[in-house]
Structure formats: structure tokens, C-alpha cells
Design a protein around this ligand. Sequence first.
Ligand SMILES: [Zn+2]
Length: 248
Amino acid sequence: MREYLLMKWNRACAYCGATSTPLNIDHIHPRSRGGSDRVSNLTLACLPCNKRKSNMPVEDFLKKKPAVLSKILQQAKTPLRDAAAMNATRCAVLRALEALHPDVRPSTGGRTRWNRRRTSTPKSHTLDALCVGVLASVVRHPKAIQVVTATGRGTYRRTAPDRYGFPRLALPRTKQYFGYATGDLVRANVPNGKRQGNHTGRVAVRATGSFNIKTRRGLVQGIGQRHVRLLQRADGYAYTTRAEVAHA
Ligand SMILES: [Zn+2]
């Protein structure tokens, strides 16, 4: 049954696999035989397949291709089930948000895409966030974005097990030594010796006062605590920036 002409070049005909050809929306179970208009009964077919199938039951049309038939019937069942779960979740989320704030407006992915095209915004995860909902125009595209990475706040473990699971080491009860805790962002200015120079990065502390610093260039070990200055306390996250990249 011919419905709409779709010019989707990257899709394939469900029956013969033909690509790079206009595809029609085809009713898997023909409407004339009681098939419904629901998404679960629709698939994409090339013009010749669409025509040849016409009002034939799909089982007859694909008699010689049992593998294709079972695949189509299987796929026809899944989208509705997924859509139902997705819709129920979406409604529940919307209701909860509306209870929190009177001004919550739902929007669609289609609108995001429309906004993106209209403002010729490149497609990327972060830029898509700019295109959600009612949008007059994008005034300024960000050049860089902040990346927040969860780094954790250490461990409550008091022992380190060996490979058989037996306690091997008693770990220290304190997290701070000389005012520094593992994970703090520090800069060390070492005036002389093998590690001479400036080292900036996350510190790993030792009770002995000999610290390790993970810098951008690599790990620098055995830096005396007296050379170290605190830049930022570890709060469980690492903050960096990177250039906004447009994905093709
Ligand atoms: Zn076809």
C-alpha cells in the first residue's frame, strides 16, 4: 500500500535490502486485511517491493525468504513496547517537574533538530542543548566547554588485601599529611635536584612527606612536601576545558 514517498537515502528496503532508492511506508499486514496504522505495523519498502506486495499477506510475499520474514515480524513487535515504556517514563518525569516548577515546557527531538538546522549549529552533544525548545536565535556558539570528571573522594577501606583476599596492609587513618590530601590540585616549585622545575597536577600524599604529582606530562615521584603549594582542594571532581568540536 503506497502511502508517503520518503526520500531517505541512508535507509534500506525491509524486503529486498535495496538502498539509495526512494522508500515508501509499507503496511506489514495490509490495511485491506485488517492491518493497523500503528508504528508496529509499518516498515520501509522500495517502490517495486511496495507495488509487488500490494495487498498480499506478508507471509505469502516473503514465502521464499523466511529469515527476512521472521526478522520483520520480530522488529514489528519491539518498537511499541519500547515506545510505551518511554512514554510512561516521559509522562512521569514531566509530572514530577511540573510539580516543582510552574513553567516547565516539554519539547520534541524534532524541534531540537529544526532549531539546529535553522541556526546552522553543528551537531554536538553540548550544542544540541542550546537548540532545545522555543528558540529565537543562537547569539553565540561556545568555543570551549567545561568538562567535569568525577574522580572520587578516596576510600574508606582500612586494609589492602593481597591477591587471596587476606589483609596485607593497614592503611592510614588520616587522609591529610602536611595539610594536603590525595587528589588536591597543587603546584610544586622544586628549586634544584633531579626534579627541578614547576610541576602542576593532582598530588598523592605520603606520611613521609614525599609526594607524587600526576602532571600533564606524566607522574613525578618523590617531591618534598615543603616545595608544594595548594591550588585547589579535591572536591571529588576534576575540572578541565576543551574546545567544542562539531561531530559530523
Ligand atoms: Zn525492496
